[in-house]
Design a protein around this ligand. Sequence first.
Ligand code: F6P
Length: 358
Amino acid sequence: MPSPPTLTKFLIRERRRYPNSTGDFNSLLLDVAAACKLIATAVARGPLDAHAEFAAATNVQGERQHRLDAIANEAMLASCEGGGSLAAMASEEMDDICCVPSSRSKGRYLLAFDPLDGSSNIDVNVSVGTIFSVLRAAQGKAATGADFLQPGTRQVAAGYAIYGPASMLVLTIGRGVQGFTFERASGEFILTHPALCIPPDASEFAINASNSRFWEPPVQRYVDECLAGRTGPRGADFNMRWIASMVAEVHRILIRGGVFMYPKDTKDTQKAGRLRLLYEANPMAMLVEQAQGAASTGRQRLLDVQPSSLHERVPVILGSRNEVERIARYHGEFDSGADKPFDSPLFRARTLFRQSMS
Ligand code: F6P
């Protein structure tokens, strides 16, 4: 049996489909992969480096910045800015976009990324990751922040690296989803998970249940029905997971199915959701759709959302298609007043997540 291809070989094979391609796209993806290898190495050293400490800083989101956030951000910038394929980059860790210096050639792509997603978990050695999205740049002018405000349907590639027991790069270039495992001995990403496919049905959901009192009724309804298990309206027992690291949650869903929700809630009415549209929700939504799953805000296909600012937040519900469609339907029924939430007296007495037991 031939050995599985490296990421480089895979991209070369894919490029043959486009005889007029310049190689810029592949070069960009290999630059991103190179940065991910550096970040994987930094993350793997864990507490052996002073990097494990929090820096005395907050990022543009007002969140505590870990030194590894800054290191991962620098690794992405340094690896990608000189390759000639990018016009500009946007990052969770930077207020404004970073244009490729004028001394370097201006490329045809834009890169948006979260350099180290889930970094609040670094101290407890939970899997974290880098999420990225590639868009086309406008030609014939200097790049601006407005150029990034494209709906997710316009992404030409998206992916993440997960730094867990094994480090992996999971990628879509618009023809399915491929997973590559980092082989430290050779320094290569090897194709280990070709054509990832999310099963349409699932019995596992992930949500931060500590926010349940802030959820909207359709989300409450879905979770109540899952928790009711075999004797409830779903007639099946469900599992719940919450890692608090989106990369790890999406990875689980790509491997074995399930649903991930960070929905709209009333915790902070100034925020439309928790997760960022351009460099968290959109790339994950593209991966999930390319793996036959679905991704929604609850009220709209995620990839159709028209961004209005670089760091905007959005509700996210993604994973197994039939479950995501069910949750979207519950939103529709709630908005139109046609919903019939599950409300058995038996379940009410047992639920953990209801505000009122009356
Ligand atoms: O956006 C960063 C992030 O860490 C995600 O990876 C994760 O899904 C979410 O935040 C966790 O949020 P919470 O701390 O509310 O559980």
